[in-house]
Design a binder for this molecule. Structure first.
Ligand code: SDX
Length: 428
């Protein structure tokens, strides 16, 4: 294959380098396009064809349904690793040795206390506040309580920021949940594992001992791994572009939380459960909702279906679907919406509209069913997505800064009014 691409514009030909990644993906490097053509740019709404960066963290192949973190398949990691190991892999590029992992968790625990004044910010929110808005605000507030900016060129400084946010974020997640339930804020127990402690902080009630449930621990650990990173998705791209102005790590992650909140992105897991509940209330009439999803005049979409990259199947959805059966079985939970979800999936996979558009269940389609069986409120589902995605956001932010990437500033194609003289108000 030639290692250059030729572009012809207004009769002039221009050559651009072709770059190839380690998985043989091919890209045209157009860094010099505007300069050599005297101002010609490209336009690509939603960046469906445009790479924003090179990255060595996560690889996915949408046609083959492949997802790998640092070269390790999501199937193996979900089966054999635990969430902190995966967080270490994503952020530092290698699976940790036992000593590295023990030190990592020990340093995280040392940083898992949140300044008491943060509770005053939490108190100011109404109980009805959506926990994603609470989480985004409290994460941004961490900057105020941890003012030292990150010197990304200092390995020690960067490491300290990583363990600080991995220590404090789960506390904010638990507090956001307890704010809604009116339970006193809890710190859990530093003698527990990372995921065990998250569950205790979320669920412990004041007047009884909290008993760990191995099924919940394993289910949450697996779900967090499956959500940990996903290359340049909407929220990760947000974290990278905010960080590209050299805004701090906490501020960048706060912006990522807001992007994830949208129902077309991480907010879909909450929207899936609301949709399945509506179908259940409607007597399980899945055909009515399939028709709505295909009706161009109806804004309704089949939530949890479709993906910008996966055009065959989302490997995470396959794993979560199996886990949903296992977890509900282990917990002895009968949830009618699981059967509705399976029925909907079967119908969609056989429907020409969905087949033509390569729409398959994505990571959000079944995850909410497990969260609900675990006793997590629907409004907290996207917060759980954020909890999983945190190491990915950190890893991508760190890579962008270490690669000294320029500030993100896309171009545009102007289509507004051409120059015109100002008209005094009496003449308008
Ligand atoms: C996540 O990017 C990531 O990696 C994200 C994520 C991650 O880990 O970070 O994987 C997590 O965000 C998963 C996606 C969760 N969102 C949902 O489940 C919401 C429902 N799905 C969609 O809104 C949609 O599929 C997107 C947003 C996920 C992808 O949208 P695209 O790639 O921009 O595709 P599109 O909107 O251009 O749709 C192409 C066609 C259109 O029909 P036509 O105009 O060609 O006739 O497919 C249709 C769309 O109307 N379509 C759907 C549909 N999704 C796409 N029709 C009905 N129901 C749907 N869900």
């Amino acid at each position: 294959m030639s290692n250059t691409a030729t572009l012809e514009v207004n009769g002039e030909k221009y050559e651009f380098p072709i770059v190839t990644g380690t998985e043989n993906e091919v890209a045209i490097d157009i860094k010099k396009l505007r300069g050599v053509t005297g101002g010609v740019t490209t336009i690509d709404p939603g960046y469906k064809n445009t790479g924003s960066c090179t990255s060595s963290i996560t690889f996915l192949d949408g046609e083959k349904g492949i997802l790998r973190y640092g070269g390790y398949s999501i199937e193996e990691l979900a089966e054999k690793a635990d969430f902190l190991e995966v967080a270490f892999l994503l952020i530092f590029g290698e699976l940790p040795t036992k000593e590295e992992l023990d030190k990592f968790y020990s340093d995280i625990k040392k940083n898992s206390i949140v300044d008491e004044d943060v509770k005053k910010i939490l108190d100011a929110f109404p109980k009805a506040a959506h926990p994603m808005g609470v989480l985004s605000s409290l994460t941004s507030a961490l900057t105020a309580f941890n003012p030292d900016a990150v010197d990304v060129n200092s390995e020690e400084d960067m490491y300290n920021s990583v363990v600080r946010i991995l220590g404090k974020f789960p506390v904010l997640v638990a507090w956001a949940m307890r704010k809604k339930s009116g339970l006193p804020l809890d710190y859990g127990d530093k003698n527990l594992g990372y995921v065990e402690n998250i569950l205790k902080m979320m669920f412990k009630v004041p007047n009884e001992e909290y008993t760990q449930n191995k099924v919940l621990v394993e289910a949450l650990d697996k779900l967090l791994i499956l959500h940990a990173d996903h290359e340049q998705n909407c929220s990760t791209s947000t974290v990278r572009i905010v960080g590209s102005s050299h805004a701090g790590l906490f501020a960048s992650i706060s912006a990522g939380i807001s992007a994830l909140w949208g129902p077309l992105h991480g907010g879909a897991n909450q929207a899936v459960l609301e949709m399945l509940e509506a179908i259940k209330e409607d007597g399980g009439d899945t055909k009515k909702y399939m028709a709505k999803a295909k009706d161009k005049s109806d804004p309704f979409r089949l939530m949890g279906f479709g993906h910008r990259v996966y055009k065959n199947f989302d490997p995470r959805a396959k794993i979560i679907k199996v886990a949903a059966d296992e977890v509900l079985g282990d917990l002895g939970v009968e949830d009618p919406v699981l059967e509705i979800a399976k029925g909907l999936e079967k119908e969609a996979l056989e429907d020409q509209y969905f087949v033509d558009r390569k729409l398959y269940p994505n990571v959000d389609f079944y995850s909410g069913i497990i969260y609900r069986a675990m006793g997590i409120p629907t409004e907290m589902f996207t917060v759980m997505f954020a909890l999983g995605r945190l190491p990915g956001w950190i890893a991508q932010w760190r890579e962008m800064r270490l690669n000294k990437e320029p500030i993100g500033r896309p171009r545009q194609l102007y289509t507004g009014p051409t120059e015109r003289a100002f008209k005094p108000i009496e003449d308008r």
